[in-house]
Write a protein that binds this ligand. Structure first.
Ligand code: COA
Length: 327
């Protein structure tokens, strides 16, 4: 008789295609080692691990072909977090259509994905312009087929006090972030594979953390999260899931360049994060992959925070940072 001992590993660099997989160690009655392997590629003496018969396990869900035959649309997909998501989706077998304002950025991003063996195309459009956006989505559908995955990631930001921005400045951000998200969801719905499609709206901590110099972004992202919840209710019966991802500080992004432009500000910000570092773009992409996968098939209307604990307790975290200024 043999026993399976399973150890969960998360996000290992050694296993970049797998967000979460299990190592299975097989021991006999005398605790003698009989073999080990990752559970998705697992074969001990030619046998599949017994738990496979009990249904899908996490490792199967995050296998390399996780998104095979799926088609994705990603707004803002030419750079930053959204490009990281596009790369991750493509690496797991999805074909990706990138929508954004700048054709050159989209072309270069799509080229890069194709060079690494993925399927990608670029479709220039401003998410604020409904007709142009709808046309871009239609052309993506014509190339790739029915749409399974949508990431509404196009966003704008600049730091400014409320009295330092015009009505048009406030509107520019609300239009890109909130109206742009609505436009994308509204225009893509008729092209979605239903049931089964999954939409992810990229929110931010500003949605629930009042932040100075960010009134426009706070208002817009709070709206995005409420839109997520309303659409989850309205489109759930069609088999369409709608969730938000709320990242905290993410390294090497346009947003952080604008909000934390100096090493001193970055250091201060890091002190307010319990995990004491910024997220990587790949970590946000991992979360998007999870939310789009069958592992999340009963999750809808959720706002999933990925911020290293920064939003847990404003005062508490600030006090902790003041008391432990070592890192
Ligand atoms: N402070 C105050 N107002 C500002 C500003 C700043 N730093 N930057 C832009 N604005 C105002 C402009 O003055 C303008 O208002 P006005 O017409 O009354 O003068 C308004 O915002 C629109 O600016 P404009 O540059 O014409 O808009 P745009 O649509 O080309 O750009 C932004 C949109 C402003 C959001 C721009 O920052 C952008 O394109 N960002 C995209 C990239 C990005 O922000 N990425 C980070 C995502 S987290």
């Amino acid at each position: 008789m043999t026993f399976d001992h399973r150890v969960k590993l998360s996000g290992s660099r050694a296993a970049p295609t797998s967000f979460l997989r299990q190592i299975v160690v097989q021991l006999d009655d005398h605790n003698h080692f009989h073999g080990f392997g990752t559970s998705d590629r697992f074969a001990v003496r030619g046998e599949r691990a017994a738990f496979h018969s009990a249904g899908a396990c996490m490792a199967e869900v995050f296998g390399q072909e996780l998104l095979a035959k799926k088609n994705a649309i990603i707004t803002g997909g030419g750079s930053g977090i959204n490009l990281a998501i596009a790369r991750r989706f493509a690496a797991h077998g999805a074909s990706v259509a990138l929508i954004g304002r700048t054709k050159e950025k989209l072309d270069s991003a799509a080229d890069e994905i194709r060079r690494t063996g993925g399927t990608a195309s670029g479709h220039p459009a401003d998410v604020r312009d409904y007709d142009a956006l709808a046309a871009a989505i239609k052309s993506a559908r014509e190339i790739h087929g029915e749409i399974d995955l949508v990431v509404c990631g196009a966003a704008g930001n600049f730091p400014a006090p409320a009295l330092g921005m015009s009505a048009n400045g406030f509107k520019a951000v609300v239009d890109i972030d909130l109206l742009g998200t609505f436009n994308t969801c509204r225009a893509v719905f008729e092209h979605l594979r239903r049931p089964g499609a999954s939409i992810i709206n990229i929110s931010a901590m500003q949605a629930f953390t009042p932040t100075p110099m960010q009134a426009h972004v706070c208002a817009a992202k709070a709206g995005v999260d409420m839109l997520t919840k309303c659409l989850a209710i309205e489109w759930g019966p069609d088999g369409v899931r709608v969730n938000s991802i709320a990242p905290g500080a993410v390294d090497d992004t346009e947003g952080m360049k604008r909000l934390a432009p100096t090493p001193e500000i970055q250091k201060q910000l890091t002190r307010s994060i319990p995990l004491r570092r910024f997220a990587t773009k790949d970590e946000i992409a991992d979360l998007a992959l999870f939310l789009c996968s069958d592992a999340a098939k009963f999750i809808t209307g959720a706002v999933v925070v990925c911020d290293g604990g920064q939003s847990l307790a404003g005062l508490g975290v600030n006090m902790m940072a003041a008391m432990q200024p070592r890192s």
